[in-house]
Design a protein around this ligand. Structure first.
Ligand SMILES: [Zn+2]
Length: 159
């Protein structure tokens, strides 16, 4: 896996980020928060080294991360926490899944986030039902401008 070969270092602790399932960068990528064009230039971090995000991962295979203070889950709105847990945990499970399948990197993100970048990637991704309908229906604007100048000149010429 490319991530190992190039030995990405965590910008927080300086240790290698050994695989996808430890990667804060790739977690945010599968959640649609990182533009694939900038993925290779973004700093890498361990999930555990970014506790304010990692605290929302609720999975048996992930050692629970707790945050103290202002951004602790216990300090946040319960609805927000529940939504974040659902979202971030899905992203983490996606990383686990990616360890066992062979997908091009543009297809790493979860389906609902994949379309966000689809215009930027080379259009190799299979578009299932969600074809983009850009431009259809909005294109009927080309009516002629109201031509009043003709009448005006008629009136003028009568004078
Ligand atoms: Zn680290």
């Amino acid at each position: 896996m490319a991530l190992c070969d190039e030995g990405y270092r965590c910008e927080v602790c300086g240790q290698d980020v050994e695989d996808l399932t430890q990667s804060d960068l790739y977690l945010r990528y599968v959640l649609g928060e990182v533009d694939p064009e900038t993925l290779h230039v973004r700093p890498e971090r361990h999930l555990a080294c970014n506790p304010s995000l990692a605290q929302f991962i609720v999975a048996d295979s992930f050692p629970a991360v707790t945050v103290e203070g202002f951004f602790a889950k216990s300090e946040l709105d319960p609805d927000f926490v529940a939504a974040e847990e659902a979202r971030v945990t899905r992203g983490y499970l996606r990383l686990l899944e990616l360890m066992s399948v062979d997908l091009p990197i543009v297809e790493y993100p979860l389906p609902e986030f994949r379309t966000r970048w689809q215009g930027l990637a080379d259009g190799e991704a299979e578009s299932e039902s969600d074809k983009d309908r850009e431009g259809e229906g909005a294109a009927t604007v080309g009516t002629e401008p109201p031509n009043r100048s003709g009448r005006d000149t008629d009136e003028m010429s009568r004078r």
